[in-house]
Design a binder for this molecule. Structure first.
Ligand SMILES: Nc1ncnc2c1ncn2[C@@H]1O[C@H](COP(=O)(O)OP(=O)(O)O)[C@@H](O)[C@H]1O
Ligand SMILES: [Mg+2]
Length: 245
Protein backbone atom coordinates (compact mmCIF):
# COMPACT_ATOMS: atom_id res chain seq x y z
CA UNK A 1 0.00 0.00 0.00
CA UNK A 2 1.22 3.48 -0.79
CA UNK A 3 0.53 6.12 1.85
CA UNK A 4 0.43 9.70 0.59
CA UNK A 5 0.64 13.04 2.40
CA UNK A 6 0.34 16.49 0.79
CA UNK A 7 2.96 19.14 1.30
CA UNK A 8 4.43 22.05 -0.67
CA UNK A 9 7.68 23.11 -2.30
CA UNK A 10 8.51 26.81 -2.17
CA UNK A 11 9.46 28.52 -5.40
CA UNK A 12 10.13 32.14 -4.55
CA UNK A 13 6.86 33.52 -3.18
CA UNK A 14 4.86 30.63 -4.55
CA UNK A 15 3.98 27.31 -2.93
CA UNK A 16 3.60 24.33 -5.29
CA UNK A 17 1.76 21.18 -4.30
CA UNK A 18 4.00 18.19 -3.61
CA UNK A 19 2.82 14.71 -2.73
CA UNK A 20 4.92 12.56 -0.42
CA UNK A 21 4.40 8.92 -1.30
CA UNK A 22 5.69 6.13 0.93
CA UNK A 23 5.71 2.42 0.25
CA UNK A 24 7.05 -0.55 2.22
CA UNK A 25 8.07 -3.59 0.23
CA UNK A 26 9.74 -6.81 1.37
CA UNK A 27 13.48 -6.83 0.77
CA UNK A 28 16.72 -5.76 2.38
CA UNK A 29 15.94 -3.10 5.04
CA UNK A 30 16.67 0.27 3.52
CA UNK A 31 15.25 3.81 3.50
CA UNK A 32 15.39 5.49 0.11
CA UNK A 33 14.32 9.05 -0.67
CA UNK A 34 13.79 10.03 -4.31
CA UNK A 35 12.22 12.95 -6.17
CA UNK A 36 15.01 15.56 -6.50
CA UNK A 37 15.66 16.21 -2.79
CA UNK A 38 18.41 18.73 -2.00
CA UNK A 39 20.89 18.12 0.84
CA UNK A 40 18.55 19.30 3.62
CA UNK A 41 15.72 17.11 2.31
CA UNK A 42 17.98 14.08 1.87
CA UNK A 43 19.11 14.38 5.50
CA UNK A 44 15.46 14.27 6.46
CA UNK A 45 15.73 10.46 6.53
CA UNK A 46 17.92 10.55 9.62
CA UNK A 47 15.70 13.04 11.46
CA UNK A 48 12.57 11.06 10.58
CA UNK A 49 14.17 7.75 11.63
CA UNK A 50 15.17 9.22 15.01
CA UNK A 51 11.92 11.10 15.59
CA UNK A 52 9.98 7.90 15.03
CA UNK A 53 12.33 6.06 17.40
CA UNK A 54 11.71 8.84 19.95
CA UNK A 55 8.00 8.01 20.09
CA UNK A 56 8.88 4.39 20.80
CA UNK A 57 8.43 2.91 17.32
CA UNK A 58 11.06 1.30 15.15
CA UNK A 59 11.13 1.30 11.38
CA UNK A 60 9.88 -1.96 9.86
CA UNK A 61 12.65 -4.22 8.52
CA UNK A 62 11.55 -3.62 4.94
CA UNK A 63 12.57 -1.62 1.94
CA UNK A 64 11.12 1.85 2.57
CA UNK A 65 10.81 4.09 -0.47
CA UNK A 66 9.70 7.71 -0.20
CA UNK A 67 9.00 9.59 -3.41
CA UNK A 68 8.42 13.34 -3.61
CA UNK A 69 6.10 13.92 -6.56
CA UNK A 70 6.27 15.70 -9.06
CA UNK A 71 9.70 14.10 -9.28
CA UNK A 72 11.19 16.74 -11.59
CA UNK A 73 10.50 19.69 -9.26
CA UNK A 74 13.56 20.48 -7.07
CA UNK A 75 12.75 20.17 -3.33
CA UNK A 76 14.53 22.47 -0.88
CA UNK A 77 14.26 23.02 2.85
CA UNK A 78 13.72 21.09 6.03
CA UNK A 79 9.92 21.31 6.09
CA UNK A 80 9.59 17.91 4.37
CA UNK A 81 10.47 16.06 7.62
CA UNK A 82 6.97 16.04 9.07
CA UNK A 83 5.12 14.99 5.87
CA UNK A 84 7.70 12.24 5.27
CA UNK A 85 7.30 11.01 8.86
CA UNK A 86 3.49 11.01 8.57
CA UNK A 87 3.56 9.21 5.21
CA UNK A 88 5.84 6.60 6.74
CA UNK A 89 3.61 6.21 9.81
CA UNK A 90 0.67 5.91 7.41
CA UNK A 91 2.42 3.14 5.47
CA UNK A 92 3.24 1.40 8.78
CA UNK A 93 -0.43 1.55 9.72
CA UNK A 94 0.20 3.66 12.82
CA UNK A 95 -1.92 6.53 11.55
CA UNK A 96 -4.93 6.44 9.26
CA UNK A 97 -3.80 7.87 5.93
CA UNK A 98 -7.38 8.89 5.11
CA UNK A 99 -7.42 11.37 8.01
CA UNK A 100 -4.36 13.07 6.60
CA UNK A 101 -5.75 13.49 3.09
CA UNK A 102 -7.42 16.80 4.00
CA UNK A 103 -4.20 18.44 5.21
CA UNK A 104 -1.11 20.07 3.80
CA UNK A 105 1.75 19.18 6.14
CA UNK A 106 4.95 21.21 6.71
CA UNK A 107 7.51 21.17 9.51
CA UNK A 108 11.00 20.22 10.55
CA UNK A 109 11.57 17.45 13.07
CA UNK A 110 14.21 17.19 15.77
CA UNK A 111 15.79 13.87 16.74
CA UNK A 112 13.56 13.81 19.83
CA UNK A 113 10.38 14.16 17.76
CA UNK A 114 9.80 17.85 18.52
CA UNK A 115 8.76 20.06 15.63
CA UNK A 116 10.86 23.06 14.64
CA UNK A 117 9.86 26.09 12.55
CA UNK A 118 11.01 26.45 8.97
CA UNK A 119 10.40 29.46 6.70
CA UNK A 120 7.32 29.79 4.49
CA UNK A 121 4.47 28.50 6.67
CA UNK A 122 2.17 31.38 5.72
CA UNK A 123 2.58 30.52 2.03
CA UNK A 124 1.75 26.91 2.84
CA UNK A 125 -1.34 28.02 4.80
CA UNK A 126 -2.57 30.21 1.93
CA UNK A 127 -1.97 27.32 -0.47
CA UNK A 128 -3.92 24.96 1.82
CA UNK A 129 -6.78 27.48 1.96
CA UNK A 130 -6.85 27.65 -1.84
CA UNK A 131 -7.23 23.87 -1.99
CA UNK A 132 -9.88 23.75 0.77
CA UNK A 133 -7.49 21.79 2.94
CA UNK A 134 -6.23 22.24 6.48
CA UNK A 135 -2.62 22.79 7.52
CA UNK A 136 -0.42 20.83 9.90
CA UNK A 137 2.60 22.85 11.06
CA UNK A 138 4.98 23.24 14.03
CA UNK A 139 3.42 24.73 17.17
CA UNK A 140 5.86 27.66 17.03
CA UNK A 141 4.35 28.73 13.71
CA UNK A 142 0.66 28.29 14.49
CA UNK A 143 0.13 31.99 15.12
CA UNK A 144 1.67 32.85 11.76
CA UNK A 145 -0.31 30.20 9.86
CA UNK A 146 -3.58 31.31 11.48
CA UNK A 147 -3.27 34.60 9.58
CA UNK A 148 -4.37 32.78 6.44
CA UNK A 149 -7.96 33.04 7.73
CA UNK A 150 -10.41 30.29 6.88
CA UNK A 151 -7.88 27.47 7.16
CA UNK A 152 -8.00 24.79 9.84
CA UNK A 153 -4.55 24.91 11.44
CA UNK A 154 -3.21 22.03 13.51
CA UNK A 155 -0.07 23.31 15.24
CA UNK A 156 1.77 20.43 16.88
CA UNK A 157 4.62 20.77 19.40
CA UNK A 158 5.83 17.23 18.64
CA UNK A 159 5.11 14.10 16.65
CA UNK A 160 3.42 12.26 19.52
CA UNK A 161 0.89 15.00 20.25
CA UNK A 162 0.11 15.14 16.53
CA UNK A 163 -0.60 11.39 16.48
CA UNK A 164 -2.81 11.76 19.55
CA UNK A 165 -4.65 14.62 17.88
CA UNK A 166 -5.46 12.58 14.80
CA UNK A 167 -6.37 9.53 16.90
CA UNK A 168 -8.77 11.75 18.84
CA UNK A 169 -7.23 11.04 22.24
CA UNK A 170 -5.95 14.59 22.89
CA UNK A 171 -7.04 17.34 20.51
CA UNK A 172 -4.68 20.25 19.94
CA UNK A 173 -6.36 23.64 20.34
CA UNK A 174 -6.41 25.80 17.20
CA UNK A 175 -3.87 28.66 17.32
CA UNK A 176 -4.92 32.32 17.31
CA UNK A 177 -3.47 34.75 14.73
CA UNK A 178 -0.34 36.46 16.06
CA UNK A 179 -0.45 40.11 17.10
CA UNK A 180 0.92 42.68 14.66
CA UNK A 181 3.55 44.94 16.14
CA UNK A 182 2.07 48.41 16.40
CA UNK A 183 3.55 50.67 13.72
CA UNK A 184 5.94 53.48 14.61
CA UNK A 185 3.97 56.37 16.07
CA UNK A 186 3.32 59.02 13.47
CA UNK A 187 2.34 62.65 13.96
CA UNK A 188 -0.86 63.13 15.95
CA UNK A 189 -3.80 65.07 14.52
CA UNK A 190 -4.12 66.78 17.93
CA UNK A 191 -0.94 68.79 17.31
CA UNK A 192 -2.57 70.52 14.34
CA UNK A 193 -3.93 73.89 15.44
CA UNK A 194 -7.17 75.09 13.89
CA UNK A 195 -7.78 73.80 10.34
CA UNK A 196 -11.11 72.29 11.42
CA UNK A 197 -12.40 71.85 7.87
CA UNK A 198 -9.19 70.16 6.70
CA UNK A 199 -9.18 67.86 9.75
CA UNK A 200 -12.77 66.89 9.07
CA UNK A 201 -11.90 66.10 5.44
CA UNK A 202 -8.99 63.98 6.66
CA UNK A 203 -11.25 62.04 9.03
CA UNK A 204 -13.88 61.43 6.36
CA UNK A 205 -11.22 60.25 3.91
CA UNK A 206 -9.72 57.90 6.52
CA UNK A 207 -13.06 56.43 7.58
CA UNK A 208 -14.40 55.96 4.06
CA UNK A 209 -11.18 55.10 2.28
CA UNK A 210 -11.45 58.09 -0.06
CA UNK A 211 -8.77 59.93 -2.00
CA UNK A 212 -7.62 63.31 -0.81
CA UNK A 213 -6.14 66.34 -2.61
CA UNK A 214 -4.52 69.03 -0.49
CA UNK A 215 -4.09 72.49 -1.98
CA UNK A 216 -2.52 75.43 -0.17
CA UNK A 217 0.47 77.77 0.03
CA UNK A 218 3.82 76.48 1.36
CA UNK A 219 3.82 76.21 5.12
CA UNK A 220 0.06 75.87 5.35
CA UNK A 221 0.46 72.46 7.06
CA UNK A 222 -0.22 70.05 4.18
CA UNK A 223 2.72 67.73 4.91
CA UNK A 224 1.98 67.82 8.63
CA UNK A 225 -1.63 66.81 8.11
CA UNK A 226 -0.72 64.13 5.57
CA UNK A 227 1.66 62.60 8.11
CA UNK A 228 -1.23 62.47 10.63
CA UNK A 229 -3.31 60.26 8.33
CA UNK A 230 -1.79 56.84 9.21
CA UNK A 231 -2.61 57.48 12.88
CA UNK A 232 -6.34 57.81 12.25
CA UNK A 233 -6.70 55.00 9.68
CA UNK A 234 -8.65 52.00 10.95
CA UNK A 235 -6.66 48.82 11.78
CA UNK A 236 -6.02 46.56 8.83
CA UNK A 237 -8.01 43.36 8.49
CA UNK A 238 -5.91 40.20 7.95
CA UNK A 239 -6.43 40.10 4.18
CA UNK A 240 -5.27 43.74 3.86
CA UNK A 241 -2.25 43.06 6.06
CA UNK A 242 -1.34 40.07 3.84
CA UNK A 243 -1.83 42.23 0.74
CA UNK A 244 0.87 44.74 1.69
CA UNK A 245 3.23 42.04 2.95
N1 LIG B 1 -2.25 74.10 11.69
C1 LIG B 1 -1.01 73.88 12.14
N2 LIG B 1 -0.80 73.49 13.43
C2 LIG B 1 0.45 73.23 13.88
N3 LIG B 1 1.58 73.34 13.14
C3 LIG B 1 1.45 73.74 11.86
C4 LIG B 1 0.15 74.01 11.29
N4 LIG B 1 0.33 74.38 9.99
C5 LIG B 1 1.66 74.32 9.77
N5 LIG B 1 2.33 73.94 10.86
C6 LIG B 1 3.80 73.78 10.97
O1 LIG B 1 4.40 74.59 9.98
C7 LIG B 1 5.48 73.90 9.33
C8 LIG B 1 5.22 73.79 7.84
O2 LIG B 1 4.14 72.94 7.62
P1 LIG B 1 4.13 71.88 6.43
O3 LIG B 1 3.16 70.85 6.82
O4 LIG B 1 5.49 71.45 6.10
O5 LIG B 1 3.52 72.79 5.26
P2 LIG B 1 3.29 72.43 3.72
O6 LIG B 1 3.59 70.98 3.52
O7 LIG B 1 1.88 72.80 3.46
O8 LIG B 1 4.22 73.33 2.96
C9 LIG B 1 5.60 72.55 9.99
O9 LIG B 1 6.61 72.58 10.95
C10 LIG B 1 4.26 72.35 10.66
O10 LIG B 1 4.39 71.57 11.83
MG1 LIG C 1 5.00 69.98 2.24
Amino acid sequence: MVATVSTVAYLGLEARAVEVQCQLVPGLPNFILVGLPDKAVAESRERVRNAIAAIGLSLPPKRITVNLSPADLPKEGSHFDLPIALALLGAMGVIDAETLSGYVVVGELGLDGRTAPSPGVLLAALHAGGQDMGLVCPAAQGAEAAWAGQVEVVAAPDLLSLLNHFKGTAALSPPQPGIIESPLRTADLRQVKGQEVAKRALEIAAAGGHNLLMVGPPGAGKSLMASCLPGILPDMIPSEALGIM
